[in-house]
Write a protein that binds this ligand. Sequence first.
Ligand SMILES: Cc1cc2nc3c(=O)[nH]c(=O)nc-3n(C[C@H](O)[C@H](O)[C@H](O)COP(=O)(O)O)c2cc1C
Length: 216
Amino acid sequence: MDNNETAGRSITRNSIILGIFAMVTVGLIAVTQQGTAARIAEEKRRAQMSALTEILPESEHDNDLLEDTLVVDDRKYLNLPTPAVAYRGRQNGDVVAVILPVVAPDGYSGRIDLLVGIYADGTLAGVRTLSHRETPGLGDKIERAKSDWILTFNGKSLTMPEPENWAVRKDGGEFDQFTGATITPRAVVQAVYRALQYFQENRATLLQQTEEPANG
Ligand SMILES: Cc1cc2nc3c(=O)[nH]c(=O)nc-3n(C[C@H](O)[C@H](O)[C@H](O)COP(=O)(O)O)c2cc1C
């Protein structure tokens, strides 16, 4: 066996080993990515579920919220980039509240996803933050787990407070901003107000008694 032949075999063997390594690596990355995507989806689903029951506790409805949904598609008020699911709470068949998907597009770090629950009379049942990229320690006080701030919306409506007070204190309104962070709460206050406007404009569709899906 001459040197050339030995070198050729060695190159072939190394190429095969390299190829196997590449395939194994690609496979591992794919598996990891799939696992991560599944975990994120599961995390989102869990956040959605706990937000729904926090906004409208079991004692306030007798239907399955997940089975009584409608698709809403609105850029003007809800800022939804794509159609999204809203939930209806019922007591004895009557719609008592609607929980709307709402986007605040103008957080400090971009989009903030909210769920806004509104009783049939137009008062707020509750608001929860589903996802955001705001700064830990500054903007993340919009999370229920980090602060009570999001609870200040409970019971408020389009007229309570007056429209000019639907703003953070720094802008002349009645909602607290956070120390060193005005942009995040400002975005959320405005998004919640717009959700109330959407509810008022689409009240009939949102509260209609059929359980057929409908576009809002
Ligand atoms: C690194 C860094 C991260 C910040 N994160 C946030 C944030 O998440 N939310 C927020 O409202 N402001 C954040 N701020 C502060 C804003 O830039 C701004 O100063 C603050 O919101 C006050 O806004 P105002 O001057 O309009 O009242 C951050 C600032 C820095 C330097």
